[in-house]
Ligand binder design. Structure first.
Ligand code: NDP
Length: 246
């Protein structure tokens, strides 16, 4: 994985699940990883584990809902490593429910983290990447970014939005710079994402299908593949699903 070596990679939501697996896999392949999330102690522990294994990692507390935190994350990365090669916009939440349950605060949370968080991430790194004339922004959508099902209308809407943003970025930057835009669309993956569900109906569904979920490393490998391709080659979209789920 030679095109991962020495790249400076910021990963949001790196304190668990897909973000944690991605940080570890990229560091094993020689990337300098910047881990960001809200749970500082977990970030420290993961960064220490990476360093003990001979990798290069730092961690920063950052809430993706704060544009200021995201700007500070980019500034910190530049102060430590002098450049930003990749941003993995991975942080996300999924407190799904039926619309008629009117869980308005949870709708707001999904819109803020899953959509605004991605935009604030782009705003934080795009000027630097344009100056560098190179960079790669990887956005986490979902199979729910292609198909709506009962109980996930708002979550799906946020992941449709991530697809639109990722495609818009690709179209705009392809004509003016060498910044790559990749969309990763995981299917059911075994992580803590389901812990935020408060609707009893959705919790029951999640418990029924949880055994089918795939490892977060299956998603991390897709992210690593997209980064490792030569810089003139854009992997614009990858969907990764459990084999056993129709
Ligand atoms: P996890 O719950 O394990 O990880 C989510 C991460 O997001 C955590 O590290 C969490 O860290 C972080 N996060 C949540 N809110 C914020 C915030 N406001 N600011 C900063 N970080 C935040 O779930 P996954 O690893 O599964 O999720 C990663 C991505 O993959 C998400 O975008 C999700 O939608 C997507 N996805 C997951 C699927 C699955 O089946 N698991 C399927 C399809 C897509 P902390 O709480 O410390 O801030």
């Amino acid at each position: 994985m030679e095109n991962i070596r020495d790249k400076v990679v910021i990963i949001t939501g790196a304190s668990s699940g897909i973000g944690e697996a991605t940080a570890k896999l990229l560091a094993q392949n020689g990337a300098k990883v910047v881990l960001a999330a809200r749970r500082e102690e977990r970030l420290h522990a993961i960064a220490n584990e990476i360093k003990q294994g001979g990798g290069e990692a730092v961690s920063v507390k950052a809430d993706v809902v704060s544009a200021e935190d995201m700007q500070n994350l980019a500034k910190f990365t530049l102060s430590v490593y002098g450049r930003i090669d990749v941003l993995v916009n991975n942080a996300g939440v999924m407190p799904s429910s039926r619309l008629n349950e009117l869980r308005v605060e949870e709708w707001d949370q999904m819109i803020d983290v899953n959509i605004k968080g991605v935009l604030y991430g782009i705003a934080a790194v795009l000027p630097t990447m344009r100056e560098q004339q190179s960079g790669h922004i990887i956005n986490l959508s979902s199979t729910a970014g292609y198909h709506v099902s009962p109980t996930n209308a708002v979550y799906a809407a946020t992941k449709f939005a991530v697809r639109a943003i990722s495609e818009g970025l690709r179209l705009e930057e392809s004509s003016t710079s060498r910044i790559r835009s990749t969309l990763i669309a995981p299917g059911l993956t075994k992580t803590e994402l389901f812990d935020s569900i408060t609707s009893p109906e959705v919790q029951t569904i999640a418990n029924q299908i949880s055994g089918i979920g795939i490892s977060p490393y299956s998603i991390a490998r897709a992210i690593a593949f997209a980064i490792n391709e030569p810089d003139d080659t854009l992997i614009s979209e990858i969907m990764v699903r459990p084999t056993a789920l129709p």
